[in-house]
Design a protein around this ligand. Sequence first.
Ligand SMILES: Nc1ncnc2c1ncn2[C@@H]1O[C@H](COP(=O)(O)OP(=O)(O)OP(=O)(O)O)[C@@H](O)[C@H]1O
Ligand SMILES: [Mg+2]
Length: 662
Amino acid sequence: MSGLNPQQREAIHYLDGPLLVLAGAGSGKTRVITQKIAYLVQDCGFQPRNIAAITFTNKAAKEMQERVGKLMSSSIANELQISTFHSLGVRILREEAKVLGYKPRFSIFDSADCAGIIGDCAKTVDKATLRRLQSVISNWKNALITPEAARLLVANEHEALAAAAYLSYEATLKAYQAVDFDDLIGLPVKLFSEHPQIAEKWQNRLRYLLVDEYQDTNACQYQLLKLLTGVRAQFTAVGDDDQAIYGWRGADIDNLKKLPNEFPALKVIKLEQNYRSTVRILKAANNVISHNEKLFDKTLWSELGHGDPIYVTASKDNEAEAESVVMKLQAHRFEHRGKFRDYAILYRSNHQARLLETQLRNQKIPYLLSGGQSFFDKAEIKDLTSYLRLLANEDDDPAFIRAATTPRRGIGAATLQVLGQYAGERHVSLFHAAFEEGFAHRVQARQLEPLLEFCQFINRMQARASREPAQQVLPDLLKAIDYETYLYDTEEQRTAQSRWANVGEFAEWINKKGEEDGKTLIDLVQSIALINMLEKQNSDEVDAVQLSTLHAAKGLEYKHVFLVGVEEGILPHRESLDPAKLQEERRLMYVGITRAQRSLHISYCEKRKQAREMIPCEPSRFIAEMGQEDVRFSGGKQAAIPDRATGSARLDAMKALLAAKK
Ligand SMILES: Nc1ncnc2c1ncn2[C@@H]1O[C@H](COP(=O)(O)OP(=O)(O)OP(=O)(O)O)[C@@H](O)[C@H]1O
Ligand SMILES: [Mg+2]
């Protein structure tokens, strides 16, 4: 416990009831959680399996597991339940599936699978409509609104369409023995609410709960937390209202506000010392966030010295920006004899990574991309996981269709259509329908044959996959479907090569996971869907520059941070300019600034290429909000960024220019 400040120590030792640690960035909230886990086990006699810690990403869970592992023996640390809300949900559902009418090996559908089903239900393929329908349905599910209730709530035509699709969407998922990500939280909530004795069983099992990044929980996660902690309410939640950045995904900061009301015994501890950043970085962050409405009073100070000024650089366009950032990073690294992994380049949206990647590759700088298109979303990986999903759950119809037709094996669209219709009439899965006599009568022998052959192949592999370790089964599966030949037959040589290399990487990942945990292929299928959801696993040991969206960088820290594209329209995002959303954008900027430990470099463009057109850009209002005292401007026409709090930006920029000329 040495090296902790008195407030941290108090938070760690407090066990008399529910506790909320509310504090700004870098104040050691996550550190309180890891230390408290060690304290519970080593000093208070808690069994590790009775402690559950909930983090925001799988990566954060892994990191916490490692940190705790250093505080106690790793065999004990491995018994702890450190996971995301979603993986905890999976654990509960696997065990209790039967009560909900699911088999333990239900499938977990990712967002693309679900979009396909919603499209079928709503009879639309229009991407924008689909996205909106999906988000409306997801919001309902996160607010625990049933399809029946949603029908009564509809306020416009669009919601009416969503409500209609919602009902058949849920029925379809159930028929496929599949759940979506929202169900991973929603179904345990339903289960615990309807079966108090099951809730009690889990309350006795998870006797102490710790939740990191509490400000970004949604209504459903909050309910789960309440149901899991029960009347004992033994939990520690840590969070920072100024870092709530997932409102767009249904997270609700009200969960933080209502905690004191719903748990009258709640104790609140505030932490004020920041151990991460220099005074100047902290000041810039505090200045920016002071433009938001204040929910809770917080102050943050640092003893880490004044540090470097914050550098703000203007570039003529986004290509020049990428080039300049990479050059500056190189120069800075040489000067400070740093490692690549000390550097992160952060941006608002995924597409901003492309030019940076090109520059980094040109300069032969190793980098890791996180929060981008996941490895597991690549076509070849989805092909293979469709087989694996089918092995785990033969009722998974989308996986059935993909696997049955990739590679082509003489099962045509016409056959599948008849099969689909027949299965629909009989209320069985495609897989089961294929074996029924009624179906055999509807197709010709040459149609039936390849289909049955495929189903029997799946049956044979299924038997092996649940018995043998993963690393034995996957290579045989690849050989049996001759996937390599398929790739070279259907793709250009170079594409095929790179796709086949990805397959190799996937096989290696399966092997490693299989060996580490002694898991069968079927056990592993489940974790794939979860990784899919939030991030590809990055190896932290490699010396590489981190490229990440601001959202994915939450909770992390880097010695040196480059924050790029800090422009009006990007950060804040052009679609988030109404007052409430603007505050969330500002929090995103706050999260970005506070990732930096030693130096912070901000850049923006004067023009940006968008759809082949050069669009003039303006520096983000958040740059002005940092204050000017600790900021050094370079490049561009402007000597300094005007205060944008009043008047239009252009006007202010002109005034500043004129003032500079005088
Ligand atoms: N008492 C302490 N003494 C020295 N270093 C500390 C102390 N507490 C935390 N730290 C260090 O400060 C840094 C920030 O801590 P931590 O990540 O726990 O903060 P946080 O509040 O969770 O930040 P965020 O809001 O960004 O998630 C870490 O490097 C951590 O090891
Ligand atoms: Mg943290």
